[in-house]
Design a binder for this molecule. Structure first.
Ligand SMILES: *[C@@H]1O[C@H](CO)[C@@H](O)[C@H](O)[C@H]1NC(C)=O
Ligand SMILES: *[C@@H]1O[C@H](CO)[C@@H](O)[C@H](O)[C@H]1NC(C)=O
Ligand SMILES: *[C@@H]1O[C@H](CO)[C@@H](O)[C@H](O)[C@H]1NC(C)=O
Ligand SMILES: *[C@@H]1O[C@H](CO)[C@@H](O)[C@H](O)[C@H]1NC(C)=O
Ligand SMILES: *[C@@H]1O[C@H](CO)[C@@H](O)[C@H](O)[C@H]1NC(C)=O
Ligand SMILES: *[C@@H]1O[C@H](CO)[C@@H](O)[C@H](O)[C@H]1NC(C)=O
Ligand SMILES: *[C@@H]1O[C@H](CO)[C@@H](O)[C@H](O)[C@H]1NC(C)=O
Ligand SMILES: *[C@@H]1O[C@H](CO)[C@@H](O)[C@H](O)[C@H]1NC(C)=O
Ligand SMILES: *[C@@H]1O[C@H](CO)[C@@H](O)[C@H](O)[C@H]1NC(C)=O
Ligand SMILES: *[C@@H]1O[C@H](CO)[C@@H](O)[C@H](O)[C@H]1NC(C)=O
Length: 689
């Protein structure tokens, strides 16, 4: 098929779409982040939480027992200490105790007044909560006090035994602004985010090639790796913002070429690329691709349709005429071709596979995402895997905790087991705190479930505990999920927030009542986008953290594959997990090094298909489309007004120690033409209606 041109689809800028969010199922995090807050039946008898909480009745009883041992019940300080202890039941406990950085024994106490509490109906207190705690408790002996100095001390310390003054105390335990804090009522959020206008996104076209993945060079330099669907990885140098230069990339000399291993067709190809965080010293990198076992001897793995997950391969063939597991999804490790322990300077990879990390046989030919990325906080590898295809996940894989299909998988590629893992998918370690540790009904590799075809996940570089995954819908709704450990994102019980009815269900059903499905934080109905093709398919992006466009800063950017609609989601209040979504118009920079194509009858440039987004070491954001590589630039280049001036330092990322000598100007038309026929069919199968 040919891409249709835009016909009069003029986006209205900054239309505020307040996406329906089921309250209490958002960016909430518990202290033991093996679980997100659960819906509780009734309210906790001691701590009183109802709705969602990080505690169940057992935890509540334990808090009650701890409190009783302090023997301060019924006193003003007792009321405060109870509140502090019960904060672990707050659905925002993880953030209140800052578990993602260095966990605390006492929640962050609000030391300013005037912050807004989502859980409070009372007007803001006149005195800040931290000072109240000090004033009320400073002279009270508290046996087993949670307010302990790091080195311990008295058995029943007073606050004054540990801290000299209210400013000492609040310097250590108080805070506000970045994180939610405990205001005595609930989790208080800083709602006073500067309201910068969102007038549009200005893009420059710096390359002509078509890629599916971008990975910033782990040495922090101004270089990125780009991979195409056919199976080549390129090392490219990013020009400075405002330089008017193009991406420097040598099409004739790829960093790695595994086109012989890769099965390249429609939804198949080289799907993911991730560099070990220590790549600059260890040279390790990973590629996720699809292979065809009838074509390649190394394409041999276990079939995802097997008796462990109640799937009968024979029935699969009978029902669909399909050959199950002819195609496999592979994660393979490669190494930089470096001579003297300096992988950062390598301009090519050793083409021999170092190690097979995973091989997963695919039941059908669609929905197998394939992105890989390293968690910035934990160093584990995350693998985004779709439900394995066909319409409506007939075998109910996405809800099957034992299947890796329809999951975000999390594995450890630093700690390898001596043999195969028990499930036999490959060679990797399992992080000790994966959900299976708390709930053995999970396969060890599973991190989160209920996805149809996660098409592009990212960690917020400004807030690494936030992992966003866009999940391609079936026929009605495209969604963005904030992914938490053990979270169930609903497919195929739900599509978006609506119940979904499968066409066929040989693998059985999961009832809505039996799961605690987490609603999307953002998304859009197919009916709301004018794609000219009668459908839609989401491409997830990044939280924009560059200062080049201050008006986009802090906003999660995402797009529809058909490139007629983009959106920016803003978490508001900060840390609440609640997002305001606005349509985002876009335009081409007047200084674009390669002119953008003009779409007939539209004010928007014609970008082709938006396959993916990318982020470099300067936190600049890119769109990887069928027509090239586009970078977000100073909004003034498109005459978009932003009250804060763009800061686009000439060299925001340092040049590498040794700049690649073979770099030449991007020259990709031959490749683009060659790939066009196949690439253009990708979108059809991505949405796979
Ligand atoms: C909630 O608890 C009440 C009484 O304890 C019980 O009747 C009801 O069935 C429970 N609901 C659920 C959904 O468990
Ligand atoms: C839950 O809490 C809200 C607000 O605090 C209150 O209005 C509601 O009655 C409570 N529900 C139950 C079942 O306790
Ligand atoms: C309550 O939650 C804890 C973890 O917070 C868990 O270990 C325990 O099994 C749960 N108890 C019940 C009765 O669900
Ligand atoms: C608890 O405190 C009261 C007075 O505040 C005291 O009389 C009592 O002995 C204390 N009990 C324990 C177990 O420490
Ligand atoms: C509030 O807490 C923060 C973080 O600990 C500290 O930097 C700041 O000085 C405190 N402010 C006041 C008014 O105590
Ligand atoms: C809220 O955030 C803004 C901007 O980040 C900051 O200037 C302000 O001090 C914060 N307010 C509070 C009450 O912490
Ligand atoms: C590895 O690098 C060396 C020196 O740069 C080069 O001669 C050799 O051809 C490279 N090998 C591969 C497989 O790229
Ligand atoms: C891993 O399992 C596969 C298939 O079950 C088998 O062929 C292979 O020899 C095993 N490898 C090791 C190292 O045990
Ligand atoms: C699954 O649910 C669908 C729709 O409600 C129903 O038609 C089908 O019979 C169910 N399948 C099984 C195996 O229960
Ligand atoms: C990119 O494509 C445009 C339009 O097809 C062409 O004019 C231009 O020369 C190409 N640029 C490069 C660097 O290949």
């Amino acid at each position: 098929m040919r891409p249709s041109t835009v016909t009069g689809a003029v986006l209205v800028a900054t239309v505020l779409l307040l996406v329906a969010v089921r309250d209490g199922h958002c960016a909430q995090l518990c202290m033991d982040s093996t679980a997100f807050p659960r819906t509780i039946n009734g309210s906790l008898s001691f701590c009183g939480y109802n709705g969602t909480s990080c505690c169940n009745a057992t935890d509540d009883a334990a808090v009650q027992k701890q409190f009783a041992a302090m023997n301060i019940s019924g006193t003003p300080c007792g009321d405060i200490v109870k509140n502090v202890l019960c904060a672990r039941c707050n659905p925002y406990a993880g953030d209140l105790f800052t578990v993602t950085t260095s966990p605390r024994t006492v929640p962050l106490l609000c030391n300013t007044t005037g912050v807004s509490s989502r859980l409070s109906t009372k007007p803001a207190a006149t005195m800040d909560y931290c000072t109240q705690v000090w004033d009320t408790c400073k002279d009270v002996s508290i046996p087993g006090s949670p307010f302990q100095a790091p080195k311990g001390g008295a058995a029943a310390p007073k606050l004054t035994d540990v801290w000299q003054s209210v400013s000492d105390f609040c310097g250590a335990l108080g805070g506000s602004g970045k994180s939610p804090c405990l205001d005595g009522e609930g989790a208080a959020f800083n709602a006073t985010r500067p309201a910068l206008p969102l007038n549009g996104m200005c893009l420059e076209r710096i390359g002509n090639g078509s890629y599916l993945n971008m990975a910033a060079h782990p040495d922090g330099s101004n270089r990125v790796f780009l991979s195409n669907q056919a199976g080549k990885v390129f090392l490219a140098t990013v020009p400075a913002q405002g330089s008017g230069k193009k991406l420097q990339l040598d099409v004739a000399n790829p960093f790695l070429d595994i086109t012989d291993e890769v099965h390249y067709d429609n939804e198949f190809g080289l799907m993911g690329l991730a560099f070990h965080p220590d790549f600059a010293t260890n040279g390790r990198f990973f590629v996720s691709y699809d292979c065809d076992k009838t074509q390649s001897a190394s394409c041999a793995g276990r079939c995802a349709c097997n008796s462990d997950v109640g799937c009968d391969p024979a029935k699969l063939i009978a029902d669909n005429g399909a050959q199950p597991c002819q195609y496999q999804s592979v994660i393979a490790e490669y190494t930089a071709n470096a001579t003297s322990g300096t992988p950062a300077t390598a301009t090519s990879a050793n083409p021999t596979e170092v190690r097979r990390i995973m091989t997963l046989g695919l039941p059908f030919t669609t929905h197998h995402g394939g992105q890989i990325l390293f968690g910035p906080a934990d160093g584990y590898m995350y693998f985004a895997m779709g439900d394995g295809g066909s319409v409506g996940d007939p075998w109910n894989f996405a809800q099957n905790k034992k299947s890796l299909l329809g999951k975000i998988v999390r594995i450890d590629v630093n700690t390898m087991p001596s043999g195969n893992t028990t499930a036999g998918w490959g060679n990797y370690g399992v992080p000790k705190d994966n959900p299976s540790a708390a709930d053995p009904s999970f396969a060890p590799e599973v991190f989160a479930l209920g996805f149809k075809n996660p098409w592009r996940c990212s960690f917020d570089s400004g807030k690494p505990s936030y992992m966003y995954c866009a999940d391609v819908g079936q026929a009605v709704y495209e969604e963005v999920d904030l992914v938490m450990k053990g979270g169930n994102y609903g497919w195929r019980v739900f599509e978006g927030t609506q119940p979904y009815t499968p066409l066929s269900s040989p693998g059985g059903n999961t009832s809505a009542a039996s799961i605690d499905a987490i609603s999307p934080i953002m998304g859009y109905a197919h009916s709301s986008v004018n794609s000219n093709v009668g459908s839609a398919s989401i491409t997830g992006g990044y939280v924009y953290r560059s200062t080049v466009d201050p008006c986009l800063n802090g906003r999660y950017l995402y797009a529809d594959l058909y490139a007629k609609s983009m959106w920016a989601g803003t978490e508001s209040p900060e840390d609440s997990g609640v997002y305001d979504v606005a349509a985002l118009t876009f335009s081409c920079s007047k200084s674009s090094p390669i002119p953008c194509d003009v779409a007939a009858g539209s004010a928007l440039p014609s970008l082709g298909y938006i396959f993916s987004f990318g982020e470099d070491n300067a936190r600049d954001v890119y769109l990887l489309t069928s027509k090239g590589v586009y970078r977000v630039v100073d909004p003034a280049e498109c005459s978009y007004a932003c009250p804060i001036k763009s800061s686009a330092p000439g060299a925001s990322s340092p040049a590498p120690g040794a700049s690649p000598s073979s770099a030449v100007a991007a020259r990709a038309p031959a490749l683009a033409t060659l790939l066009a026929g196949v690439l253009l069919s990708l979108p059809m199968s991505l949405m796979s209606v």
